[in-house]
Design a protein around this ligand. Structure first.
Ligand SMILES: [Zn+2]
Length: 1013
């Protein structure tokens, strides 16, 4: 092996020598393309250029596009704000400094315009910077109008000739977004310098980009997280010998998952980028990341590709990706490739906004050091191996700087911009064609529309789903009258043993059926330009267990209608498009009080707004009916709210707001009720990871459910948890090294404290979240004892997925054990669950079948014997008789003795605890009394019904096992979820399982039927 340090030093020497004699090449190369070279007539900023050279660690980590900086007398370089060049060691600007520079550019040059595009959850600004010729920037609105016609071909009646005229005139928009992932720190400085180059450089290569297109740049996507990351880096610079705290919070709610929000659009950053992308009618969305050496243009990636993208787009990926690699290979830059281990199945990534809105999605992974230190980096063999798609791989070991990273980012972007500009007529035409093919979808691949019937029992959740689609710029209409569509004939699969079956003769072709929809039903027409995203969200996903791709990159299923628990009908009958309908601008579920009487009732259909109402009307007395009842001619489900002493006006106002329909009753219904109180909620997080619980916080905040946000460390410090809280939510950690990690946290046996608090060096760290002097300690054994006491004294602890494993494995409950799977693969899928105990308050408002999100959830098994491990069962055992006399169903005999009848064997369902045997009851101190046994509320569906969307392989391991269990413990309860009921804003149909636990915290045993013994 070569000593890389020596190689580097020699190479640097050559590099310096080369630089001095560097002769500018002619503008046009022999191949007819504009040469990527500087303009010899334009002066170079010598000191800046010298520093670029100094901070670049090897001559092949740069290119003729970025190894110099053109000088300007009027336009400031990034040094004006950074105090050094872009990518300099030790320099990491806050978002406000990046913005300051972009606005200096705007002030200094007519080639730059800065736009404010919204704010973050913590109120920080997001911007988009347009760089182009002054003429292009002057004519933005005219140009936008042209692009808008291409984006919506209905406006030109799908006339290709008219489109060609627009294509010839329009200036395309290429949108670049940086640092959505906060520890990936290089993009802001790369984009500052890129903006400078695009503004100032007079080389033909750059001029063509500037005159030919609009480069739009959002230098910081996760602004809250950026400022925290810069804080951490400053802390690190101030304490160079110490370990620095890991970035536990990025944005207010989620970390890495901020790049998984492009379906649900629940985060501000997603909404702001989406609005900018769609508003500008941009052709490309190119998102910058830093986790792979040295530049992986990963949109080409690997299969399976998302089924709803236009093949025109996947061809564009190949073209752009291959050319990008080729250009950088010719510069001699190692480690640039475009195939790799990223499948493009899920549309949740930020860049996928473009793929789902007829543009081109791109994502770079360059190589970052997580800060601005220059460091020796050693790669894994799989990172530096030469493969068919990476003929010039990265080096096994090298000194790497933020400047190197900035060189790669800028070189990749500049060659991309140039190639895009050279071929812009093709890409603009494709942009039009993809939109046109969306509009023509109903008659092509279909469907014609999705219909959400107006008689939906969950109008609030229906409205939520429609609002997600509206955020995605999907048009929604309402039918003016009732209508009927024909449903497609389902093809019956030929039965394998059809020959032996008598059924064959009787087999008839099933008749086509029709479906009626009432007036007012919502229609999402598929003959609209953004039909693609609606289709991708509402359709079902199927990931074959036989797929050659064995490691899905993210979720495999997400069907929104299923996860929201609302009816969505896929209609292929083109007649649906002829139904008289009107466009809907504001979707709002109807709400308010109807009827007369002083007692009010609200039907319970598991709509989360019920919980909001409970907290909003703090002083009203509310009760839940423990059985269904009728009143004022209406039927009310079990769990319906009865309100006796609320003000009608207040209730009407609140219900109107929340889309809840309240019925005034003449008399108090004669049904058993229990109080529904606004529980005092603690929400617990670890200092290991806040990624997955963040989605729970976001959901509760949206619903205006108040809670105290405390860490596991805080639990031990609270003297009496029961005095402060009724319910403790312990949502998934999202990363589970075992129950002891929650207790122990990170080691304190060595190293320095890792503070997460605001100091002069770290003014942004805490935000509106939590703080600690040292992130390392966990719950601790004292904290565990406190949790146990809390439950024993009557508190309710709710856990999900990994925290459920924690609760069972550490012994907070008796009679439930968890098993890791052996061959099961359920990778972020939508699965079927079944209601087992409709009497439980947890089940209020739910139907027999509920779709839920599962990601290899823990497999629960129940036992009625304390200390015994519930046995995981794969279906009922078949008991066959032993060898003996007679036929299969005959009793055997014992010679010389009268026959004895064996007692009937006790059987049980897989989700139940096996019945207690007489033998176990002998001195049965371990037998859990019936009232203390676990109560299964929902179970996973049978194997054949488990898959709704996504990948389910080896589902027999979890099929029929409990999915939601309520375990009495002392005077309290531990509620365990195997599914994740609150996830990425996508699973609103299962939110009420959590909210029901909160609202009925002191009546969870309601409706319970106990076993006899
Ligand atoms: Zn990333």
């Amino acid at each position: 092996m070569t000593d890389s340090r020596n190689v580097r030093n020699t190479a640097l020497g050559i590099f310096s020598a080369l630089f001095l004699i560097l002769a500018p090449s002619p503008a046009t190369a022999a191949d007819g393309e504009t040469a990527p070279a500087r303009d010899p007539k334009q002066a170079i900023d010598e000191p800046y250029t010298a520093k670029i050279q100094k901070y670049t660690t090897a001559p092949y980590f740069t290119s003729p596009l970025v190894n110099y900086l053109p000088a300007s007398n009027t336009v400031p370089t990034p040094e004006a704000v950074l105090g050094d060049v872009a990518g300099a060691p030790g320099v990491l600007p806050y978002a406000k400094d990046v913005y300051k520079y972009m606005r200096m550019l705007e002030k200094a040059s007519p080639r730059v315009k800065v736009f404010s595009i919204g704010t973050t959850e913590e109120g920080r600004e997001m911007i988009a910077v347009a760089v182009s010729s002054p003429e292009n920037l002057k004519n933005l609105e005219e140009n936008r109008a042209r692009l808008a016609k291409l984006a919506d071909p209905r406006t030109i009646k799908l006339d290709d000739a008219e489109a060609d005229k627009l294509v010839a005139q329009a200036v395309p928009v290429y949108y670049i977004t940086g640092t959505i992932h906060s520890p990936e720190t290089g993009a802001p400085t790369a984009l500052m310098e890129l903006a400078y180059r695009l503004t100032v450089d007079e080389s033909p290569y750059i001029q063509e980009i500037r005159d030919g297109m609009i480069t739009l740049i959002t230098p910081v996507v996760e602004v809250d997280g950026r400022d925290r990351m810069v804080d951490i880096y400053r802390w690190h610079l101030a304490h160079p010998k110490d370990f620095y705290p890991p970035l536990i919070y990025w944005g207010k709610y989620v970390a890495h998952d901020n790049n998984r929000d492009a379906m649900g659009v629940t985060l501000k950053l997603t909404e702001n980028v989406l609005n900018t992308y769609v508003g500008w009618k941009a052709q490309v969305l190119h998102d910058l990341h830093e986790s792979v050496p040295y530049l992986y243009d990963n949109t080409v990636g690997d299969g399976p590709y998302n089924a709803w993208v236009d093949p025109i787009l996947t061809d564009e990926w190949q073209m752009i990706g291959a050319r990008n690699v080729a250009d950088m290979t010719k510069f001699g830059m190692p480690g640039v490739f475009t195939h790799g281990d990223f499948d493009t199945w899920s549309p949740g990534y930020l860049m996928f906004i473009a793929a789902m809105h007829n543009g081109i999605s791109r994502l770079y992974e360059t190589f970052g050091n997580g800060g601005a230190d220059t460091q020796e980096r050693t790669l894994d063999p799989e990172e530096y191996s030469r493969t068919w798609f990476r003929q010039n791989p990265p080096l096994p070991k090298t000194l790497w700087s933020q400047r190197d990273n900035n060189n790669y980012e800028q070189t990749g972007l500049l060659t991309s911009l140039h190639y895009f500009n050279e071929n812009k007529r093709l890409f603009l035409k494709n942009f039009y064609l993809k939109a046109k093919r969306s509009v023509m979808k109903p008659a092509a691949e279909g469907p014609a529309a999705y219909v959400l019937p107006t008689d939906e029992p969950r109008p609030g959740l229906q409205a939520e789903l429609l609002r997600v689609l509206q955020k995605q710029a999907v048009e929604i209409s309402r039918a003016k009258s009732a209508f009927t569509v024909s449903l497609p004939v389902k093809k019956e699969k030929p039965k394998k043993d059809a020959k032996d079956s008598k059924e064959t003769d009787k087999e008839k072709k099933p008749e086509p059926t029709t479906k009626d929809f009432p007036a007012g039903s919502y229609i999402i027409r598929m003959d609209q330009p953004y039909a693609r995203i609606a289709d991708a969200l509402l359709d079902h996903q199927y990931w074959s267990p036989e797929d050659p791709q064995k490691t899905p990159y993210d979720d495999t299923g997400w069907t929104f209608g299923e996860l929201f628990g609302v009816q969505v009908v896929r209609v292929t009958d083109l007649k649906v498009l002829d139904v008289a309908m009107e466009r809907v601008v504001n979707v709002h579920a109807p709400g308010g009080v109807k009827g007369s009487g002083a007692v009010f009732a609200i039907n319970n259909n598991a709509e989360p707004a019920l919980a909001t109402l409970r907290y909003k009307m703090k002083d009203a007395g509310m009760e839940a009916a423990e059985e269904p009842f009728e009143g004022s001619g209406k039927k009310f489900n079990r769990g319906s709210l009865v309100i006796r002493n609320g003000s009608r006006a207040d209730l009407d106002h609140a219900a109107n707001d929340l889309g809840l329909q309240v019925v005034a009753l003449g008399t108090v219904p004669s049904v058993k009720t229990h109080p529904v109180r606004a529980a005092r909620v603690a929400f617990v997080h670890t200092w290991l990871s806040t990624q997955t619980e963040g989605w729970w916080r976001l959901a509760l905040d949206d619903l205006k459910i108040p809670y105290d946000y405390i860490s596991t460390q805080t639990i031990a410090k609270i003297d009496d948890l029961n005095a402060k809280y009724d319910v403790i939510l312990f949502p998934p950690v999202g990363y589970f090294p075992g129950p002891t990690a929650i207790i122990n946290g990170m080691t304190t046996a060595w190293g320095n404290p890792l503070p997460w608090k605001n100091t002069p060096e770290t003014p942004n760290l805490v935000g509106k979240n939590d703080s600690t002097d040292d992130m390392r300690p966990g719950l601790g054994w004292d904290g565990l004892a406190k949790l146990q006491t809390f439950v024993q004294k009557g508190g309710v602890l709710l856990t999900a997925t990994d925290t459920s494993r924690f609760a069972t494995e550490i012994g907070l409950v008796a009679g439930v054990s968890t098993h890791a799977s052996e061959h099961m693969k359920i990778v972020g899928s939508v699965v079927g669950t079944r209601l087992v105990d409709s009497g439980s308050p947890l089940a209020y408002g739910y139907d027999e079948k509920v779709a839920a999100y599962c990601d290899n959830g823990p497999i629960f098994s129940l036992s009625s014997i304390a200390g015994a491990r519930g046995r995981r069962r794969l279906g009922n055992e078949s008991h066959t008789r032993a060898t003996g006399r007679g036929t299969a169903d005959d009793p055997d005999f014992t010679v010389g003795r009268p026959a004895t009848e064996a007692p009937e064997e006790l059987t049980s369902e897989i989700w139940e605890a096996p019945p207690v045997t007489d033998e176990q009851r002998r001195n049965g101190f371990r037998v859990i009394p019936p009232a203390n046994r676990a109560r299964v509320i929902f179970r996973y569906a049978d194997k054949k019904d488990l898959l709704i969307s996504g990948l389910v392989e080896g589902g027999d391991e979890i099929a029929q096992h409990p999915a939601v269990v309520d375990v009495p413990a002392g005077k309290g309860h531990v509620v365990l979820f195997s599914i994740n009921p609150v996830y990425r804003g996508e699973t609103r149909g299962t939110y009420s399982m959590v909210l029901n636990t909160i609202l009925n915290f002191d009546s969870l045993d309601a409706g319970r039927k106990l076993a006899e013994k």
